[in-house]
Design a protein around this ligand. Structure first.
Ligand SMILES: Cc1cc2nc3c(=O)[nH]c(=O)nc-3n(C[C@H](O)[C@H](O)[C@H](O)COP(=O)(O)OP(=O)(O)OC[C@H]3O[C@@H](n4cnc5c(N)ncnc54)[C@H](O)[C@@H]3O)c2cc1C
Length: 451
């Protein structure tokens, strides 16, 4: 979220309007960048001098069947739109990101994972069928029986336009989760917590204090969560009012001003202090506590603070998330954190998750763990930060790890060749020339990485 580009914005409301934009691009010799809610962290949803097709107005829910849990909707429906439409019938989106604002099409183009990735896989694995408009103007319905299904999903908006999706929603019996918090003191304890709860937890995630050093490197706060059963078919916790995030923090501070306080503390010393305070609270009052929490409250922590991204202005920030097989994850993440500390570029927020592999074309997942790191960007630190990320990439690649286009600002073409491999890239290039012969679909990430 430090990238910007000038393009020509279109906000179509129908498939025919998208077809007309494809034609216009051909006639004017321009390319097209697809854009959902713009929630990817890097440059995958911006395109310099391209026709930017924002599908946010295609947000109609076409049908909803509580007896099967299948919802059929246009690609611009957001994760928020999904849960608001279905929760009163006792359903929840099967996979959600840490924010509720992404569109279904944008989320499938990246094939997002949630805190339940180890248990249910990615969002793409929950799709029944979908309509894709290819740059040739052909509209096709794809199902999990089609090879192309596994390429358009995860294909980063480079093969076709996802215009309609039918998704399987998750049946729930309460709008709350049972959440356990513990306070691992180092990397060994972090991974032990994940292993302990993996057999039965529905969700797992852990915060890592990247300022922790020596024997406390890897300290943080681990959460496991389980679906609950209220024992009522129509639980009051299904009500949107129960789910809505409060307007104030701890009943006192209006949420709308919180980013201004964060901005004051948004420097190395301020964030060292905040991380220390969170760690202190976690190991004292928060350790080994179980509490109920609404699905929205647990899932979308960052949505609590409107405009939190402004706290990083003027330079913005990048998120750097790498996925490492379980045999090497501890050693790689400990090394990454030590490298940041040596460079004086500690991440202000570190988040650890457990994953399982999938068969999508540009898959980011492995049978292992990911560590997502938020780095503040300034004019002074950018080249050092980029260099740090490149050095951390080498450590990830040596361990057989992977990267994620939704979270990338620093990969080089050689990194992509190394983790995706020649076969995947040749397959992508064959599909690209067949489905998009005029190379209409692009974005700045694709250009940067030679895709
Ligand atoms: C606070 C926060 C927390 C997050 N947490 C997670 C998380 O837990 N897990 C996770 O996996 N991700 C997470 N993300 C990343 C986010 O979920 C993904 O980047 C998602 O793809 C964003 O969707 P979007 O609608 O904003 O799409 P955009 O970011 O606008 O676009 C994403 C990609 O989709 C393509 N695209 C857009 N529309 C279409 C279309 N109609 N057809 C085909 N391609 C299209 C674009 O070209 C682009 O390449 C998080 C992001 C934020 C800001």
């Amino acid at each position: 979220m430090r990238s910007a580009a000038d393009g020509y914005l279109f906000r179509p409301t129908s498939v025919d309007e998208i077809r007309a934009i494809l034609l216009l691009a051909k006639e004017t010799g321009r390319q097209i960048t697809l854009r959902g809610a713009g929630r990817s962290y890097g440059d995958a949803n911006i395109g310099s001098e391209t026709l930017v097709v924002d599908i946010g107005r295609m947000r109609r829910i076409l049908s909803w069947d509580p007896s099967t849990g299948h919802i059929d909707c246009e690609g611009g429906v957001t994760i928020e739109g999904l849960w608001r439409h279905t929760i009163e019938d006792g359903y929840w989106p099967p996979v959600v990101s840490g924010t509720m604002y992404p569109t279904l099409a944008g989320a499938l183009a990246m094939n997002i994972h949630g805190k339940n990735n180890f248990r249910v896989g990615t969002l793409g694995e929950q799709v029944v069928d979908m309509d894709v408009l290819f740059p040739t103007g052909e509209l096709r319905t794809l199902t999990p029986a089609d090879d192309l299904f596994y390429c358009v999903i995860s294909g980063a908006g480079l093969l076709g336009v996802i215009v309609r999706v039918k998704l399987k929603m998750k049946r729930i019996h309460s709008g709350d989760l049972r959440v356990l918090a513990t306070a691992p003191r180092n990397w060994d304890e972090q991974f032990a917590e994940f292993e302990r709860h993996e057999p039965n937890a529905d969700y797992m995630v852990s915060w890592v204090d990247c300022f922790g050093r020596g024997t406390e490197s890897g300290r943080g706060q681990f959460h496991a969560a389980w679906y609950m059963d209220d024992g009522h078919e129509f639980s009051s916790s299904f009500r949107p009012e129960h789910q809505d995030l409060p307007d104030t923090i701890m009943g006192l501070v209006p949420k709308s001003v919180v980013w201004r306080f964060l901005k004051i503390l948004n420097n190395r010393w301020g964030m060292r202090f905040i991380n220390w305070g969170k760690d202190f609270a976690s190991k004292t009052i928060g350790n080994n506590k179980v509490h109920p929490q609404s699905l929205v409250g647990f899932s979308f922590l960052l949505d609590y603070v409107p405009n939190w991204r402004n706290a990083y202005l003027p330079g913005g920030f990048i998120q750097y998330q790498t996925f490492v097989p379980k045999e090497h994850a501890k050693e790689v993440f400990a090394r990454q954190v030590a490298m940041q500390q040596e460079a004086g570029l500690e991440s202000f927020l570190g988040v650890l998750k457990r994953h399982r592999p999938d068969k999508f074309l540009f898959s980011h997942a492995v049978d292992g763990y990911s560590l997502a790191l938020d780095f503040k960007v300034t004019r002074e630190n950018w080249s050092r930060l980029e260099n740090l990320c490149h050095r951390m990439n080498d450590v990830v690649l040596a361990a057989g790890g992977r990267f994620y286009f939704a979270k990338d600002s620093t990969l080089r073409p050689s990194d992509v060749d190394a983790y995706l491999g020649g076969d995947t890239l040749s397959r992508y290039r064959r599909l690209k020339s067949e489905l998009d012969p005029d190379a209409l679909l692009t974005h700045n990430l694709a250009k940067r990485l030679g895709l």
